[in-house]
Write a protein that binds this ligand. Structure first.
Ligand code: NAI
Length: 255
């Protein structure tokens, strides 16, 4: 029997304590990695995920968190830049503070954590970074001006990072999920006058007729970060229920 895919590898997942990030942390651990969640909130994590307090908007907090991962887990091979926040509004409705906050967490956060991780990734035999993008990078979602702009930047940043580091063997890819049913979505739904109606609209918006599951996104991240995906860099993998490219007729049935 062959060794588990991630045997001997260490992975750090930002925002790994909830939603998609927690599913990613669990999946990488199930595939044999030693895994840390770098998150604002590290209470209630499963035993096999090391909780490391970290704010991706604070460089000194990232320095300390990555140092702790390397020290306690024995290096760093895989970085998953998953931490992200949203803000609801058009350009008329969003404040400067909301713009700065969303871009600081979703875009500059990726750059900061990656910069601190890179010296350690260079020591790995299988270094890889996966950024969490969104269909919002390429689809105009209503009232998500700041969020969509931030994810467009994540897509561009992924290509830029992949180019800068391909020569040193560090692969950089991103996953673009459609709407995934997590706490992130539930909090957003709660802001609408009729959350149930809005949830039904989100389900219906996917060509598959339902929101994406966190596990489906975790499997995509695990594929991209895997040592078996050595030729895959500078790609965006859609896990979007077909929303980006499919235009089924309304009368077509979905299961
Ligand atoms: P979530 O809100 O359920 O979990 C996000 C995690 O990130 C939380 O544990 C939170 O504490 C942590 N976090 C937030 N700010 C942080 C900071 N400054 N420093 C460190 N950790 C921080 O969110 P969800 O839904 O799991 O989303 C994760 C990622 O997936 C985000 O980048 C989001 O934009 C992206 N995404 C989500 C989709 C969805 O429909 N849920 C769809 C497409 C992309």
């Amino acid at each position: 029997m062959s060794a588990p895919e991630y045997d001997g590898l260490v992975a750090a997942v930002t925002g790994g304590s909830a939603g998609i990030g927690l599913a990613v942390a669990e999946e990488l651990a199930a595939r044999g990695a030693r895994v840390a969640s770098l998150d604002l909130d590290v209470a209630d994590l499963p035993d096999h995920v090391l909780g490391v307090s970290c704010n991706v908007t604070d460089r000194s907090s990232i320095d300390a968190a990555i140092a702790r991962v390397v020290d306690e887990l024995g290096g760093l091979d895989v970085l998953v830049n998953n931490a992200g926040i949203s803000a609801v509004g058009t350009v008329e409705e969003l404040s400067d503070d909301q713009w700065h906050r969303v871009l600081d967490v979703n875009v500059v956060g990726i750059a900061r954590v990656s910069a601190v991780a890179l010296p350690h990734l260079r020591r790995s035999a299988h270094p890889s970074i996966v950024n969490m993008c969104s269909i919002g990078a390429l689809n105009g979602l209503p009232q998500r001006a700041a969020y969509n702009a931030s994810k467009g930047a994540v897509l561009a940043l992924t290509y830029a990072m992949a180019t800068d580091h391909v020569g040193e063997g560090i692969r950089v890819n991103c996953v673009s999920p459609g709407t995934v049913h997590t706490g992130f979505v539930d909090r957003m739904l709660a802001k609408f006058p009729d959350p149930a109606k809005e949830k039904a609209a989100l389900d219906a918006r996917q060509a598959t007729g339902r929101m994406v599951s966190p596990q489906e996104v975790a499997d995509a991240v695990a594929y991209l970060a895997s040592p078996r995906s050595g030729s895959t860099t500078g790609t965006a993998l859609d896990v979007d229920g077909g929303i980006t490219h499919l235009r089924p007729r309304a009368t077509q049935s979905t299961r």
